[in-house]
Each structure stands twice: as C-alpha cells, then as structure tokens.
Design a binder for this molecule. Structure first.
Ligand code: TGC
Length: 393
C-alpha cells in the first residue's frame, strides 16, 4: 500500500521514550522484513514458519518483560509496542510471542523454583526452546475452575491424566505448563496447580487442530495426557489455585490490548491507501463524504485504543494495573479492531475479500483473538462484577 502513515495525524509516538521508540522500530522492521513478505503464503498454506523463532529470540522479544535469565527486562509499554507491531503483520506471530513469553515463561518466572527458571528460561528467551500453556479443556475455556485434568501423587512424583484443547504451539513445544486439579488439595479452583511437563514424556501427545479458517499461520493443538509421570520437581511451587494461571492470563491479555490495535492500524492503512487510488463515480472513493466518515471513525478508534493501551501500560509499569482494567482494554481493543476490519473491507469493495489485501486475514484472526484469553462476554462479566459487586458467573 502507498497509504500515508495514520500515526502522523495524532503523533502518538511523542508520548513514548527513546527506548520505547527503539523497541517499536525494531519490531516494525522485524514484521516488515521477516513476516509480511511471507505471511499471505503461510496463511494460505497453513504453514508455521518455525525458523523465525530464534530470530524473535535474538531480537529480544521473547519474555522481554522478564528480568534476568537472558531476558530483556523491558518495560510494559515497550512490550506492548512490540505486540502491536507484530500483530500489525499477523495475529499469529503476536500470539506466538504471547504464548511463549506472557504465558509459558511468565508462569515459570512468577511461580517457578530457581532451578526451574535456570533450566528453562534462558533457552526460551533465545528461542531455542518453546513453551506452551495448557489450561483450556475440550468442553470450553471460559470456566477453568471446572477443569477435569488431574495430577495425583505417585511415589516421589506425579501422574497427570486429562485433555487440553486450543493450546498454542503444543506440537512443537519442548515444555508444557500443564494446569491440573490435585484432588488431595481439595475441591474447586483452589486445588489447581501447575506442572512443567517436558513434551517428550510418555503419555503426552499434542495434535494440531486442522480446519481453522483463522490463525492459519500458527499452530493450536489438542493435548492428550495419559498417565504422564513427572518428577516431584515438575510442580511449580509458587502457584496455588486459579490465581496462578489467571496471573499469566493477565500478562497475555495485556499484550492483546496493544496487539489488536496493530491489526486495526493495518486495516485502516490499507483502506486509506485504497480510498485514494480506487476510483468510483469518476473520483477517488476517499473523496466521498461517506468514506471519509468511515476513515475518521476508524482513526478515532485506533487512536483511542492506543491511548487506552498506553494508559494501562503506564499503570502496569507502576505495578497498579488491575484485572478489571485489563478487561476494559482487551474487550475494547479486539471489539474495535474487528469493527475497523469490517469497515475497511467495505472501502475496498470486492477486492477486500481477496488475499491481495490483508483485511480478511486480520478479520479472521481477530475472531480467534476475540475468543481466547477471555471472550467479550467474560470481560463484560468481569467489568459487571467490578461495577456492581455482584457475581454473575
Ligand atoms: P474467581 O473466584 O473470581 O477467582 C478464583 C481465584 O482467581 C483469582 N483471580 C485472579 N487472579 C489474578 N488475575 C485475575 N485476572 C484473576 N481473576 C480471578 C481470584 O482472586 C481467586 O483467587 P483466590 O486466591 O481467592 O482463590 O474465579 P471465577 O471462577 O469466579 O472466575 C471467573 C472468571 C470468568 C473471571 C474466570 O474464570 C475467567 O477469567 N475465565 C476466562 C478464562 C480464560 O481467559 N480462558 C481462556 C484461556 S486462553 C488459553 O488458555 C489459550 S492460551 C493461548 C494459546 O495457547 O494459544
């Protein structure tokens, strides 16, 4: 596209530090040089380009908010900007960084023993090892308290049985963070614990889910756990109950707040570019008032979404970000990004449904983003509870 840069209208970058701009530029260059040239082909062919993983590691994007263990120790806003630039290329690659860094590495960093951190984090930061985060089960992801996967003591170790679904990266992962109910710890969510399961362990099987019309350039799997025996030191000692996995979901949801605005910005840029070059009724379609109204409304939502993301990022850097605030951002960013993708498609006319433009790919991807890490409805209910004090789950 020859689109003018929409960020020049608002000068959002003026709100960033030099270091944050440096991360932004690095991620933008990575997306433009390594992802964009191949993404339409990969999406079409359902191909996950594994060779990019060490390159993401070398760039410092994996677990970049974690201090030590080979991680960059960058600020929350820098991490958000990287998510935005990667998702401007494709949600699948932001999802990779989220699953590896915000979910699997965060779980180890927040709840792991020193030995567990030393064993896994440096290789994961470098992109030499891949992690996945096995929380969701086949009956649905919204109510992890209902999980049926169990871990039982067996001599010095644990035996895990159950099934997980929609687990990103599982078939290529070296280690799975598996959340399981430990009956001896009681009932409900309080009995949930996390285990670091090397994926070569007998009884662990990950099968990629086929037939996806969304996130086609990334991998999500079914996992079967049949008598998976792990040593005692596989247990994450710092996680007790559902606040363990939820603490990691907070990190990933925060990245989505920024990331979805990247997909939205790309759709707006393409629509803006085409509005100037596509002629209808003898003039560029962008010279029509209705089109300009659409473009203006899209710009408003991108800029509002980015300002919201920045506000949440600054709160996170102060250690003041709450789960309800993250719900505001996740709900708003994905909902508005989808609406922007749909509006952008109308400006392109029939061309908008082809893969000559990224609009439908972003729209299809965003349907996944809307569903994982808490659906719209879950975030509405989190906010409803925060406002009313009444639990509607
Ligand atoms: P509730 O009783 O509210 O809470 C249970 C315990 O958890 C604590 N908690 C949180 N802690 C940290 N951050 C949060 N956001 C938290 N939310 C709750 C809470 O304080 C309590 O702690 P404690 O110590 O008192 O026990 O639990 P609930 O069952 O009422 O929660 C309801 C609800 C709906 C908010 C929760 O179940 C929820 O968020 N559901 C959505 C789950 C979700 O996002 N699932 C999708 C996961 S995506 C995925 O797994 C795939 S990863 C991506 C990939 O692999 O590609």
């Amino acid at each position: 596209t020859t689109a003018p840069r929409i960020d020049q209208v608002f000068d959002f970058d003026a709100l960033l530090t030099d270091e944050e701009r440096a991360w932004q530029q690095k991620a933008r260059a990575f997306a433009q040089e390594r992802i964009l040239p191949v993404i339409e082909e990969d999406f079409e062919n359902k191909h996950f380009r594994r060779e990019l993983i060490p390159q993401l590691g070398a760039a410092g994007f994996l677990g970049m908010h974690i201090k030590g263990y080979g991680c960059a120790g960058a600020g929350a806003v820098s991490y958000g900007l990287v998510c935005l630039e990667l998702e401007a290329a494709d949600s699948g690659w932001r999802t990779f960084v989220s699953v590896q860094g915000s979910l699997a590495m965060s779980a180890i960093s927040k709840y792991g023993s020193e030995e567990q951190k030393e064993r896994w984090l440096p290789g994961m930061a470098a992109g030499e090892l891949v992690g996945c985060f096995a929380l969701t089960e086949p009956q649905g992801g919204s109510d992890p308290a209902a999980m049926t996967t169990t871990a039982r003591r067996d001599g010095d170790g644990w035996v895990i049985d159950g099934a997980k679904r929609w687990i990103g990266l599982a078939s290529l992962a070296d280690v799975a963070v598996v959340w399981a109910r430990v009956p001896e710890f009681g009932e409900g969510g309080k009995a949930v614990r996390g285990f670091l399961v090397p994926t070569q362990t007998p009884g662990f099987t990950a099968t990629p889910i086929d037939g996806k019309l969304s996130m086609r350039a990334s991998v999500q799997c079914d996992i079967s756990l049949e008598g998976v025996r792990v040593d005692a030191d596989a247990l994450l000692p710092g996680a007790e109950g559902l606040s363990g996995p939820f603490g990691c979901l907070n990190e990933a949801r925060y990245g989505i707040v920024w990331g979805a605005m990247g997909a939205a910005r790309s759709c707006l840029e393409v629509a803006l570019g085409r509005s100037i070059t596509r002629e209808v009724f003898g003039k560029p379609i962008g010279a029509n008032q209705l089109t300009q109204a659409k473009l203006a409304d899209m710009l408003l939502e991108v800029e509002k979404g980015m300002l919201l993301a920045l506000h949440l990022g600054r709160l996170k850097e102060r250690g003041a970000l709450t789960p309800a605030q993250i719900s505001v951002g996740k709900l708003n960013s994905v909902r508005e990004a989808l609406e922007i993708a749909h509006q952008a498609r109308t400006i392109l006319g029939g061309d908008g449904i082809t893969n000559a433009f990224p609009i439908m790919r972003h729209a299809a991807n965003l349907e996944s983003v809307r569903t994982y890490e808490g659906t719209d409805e879950i975030h509405q209910l989190v906010l409803g509870r925060a406002m009313t004090g009444l639990n509607a789950f």
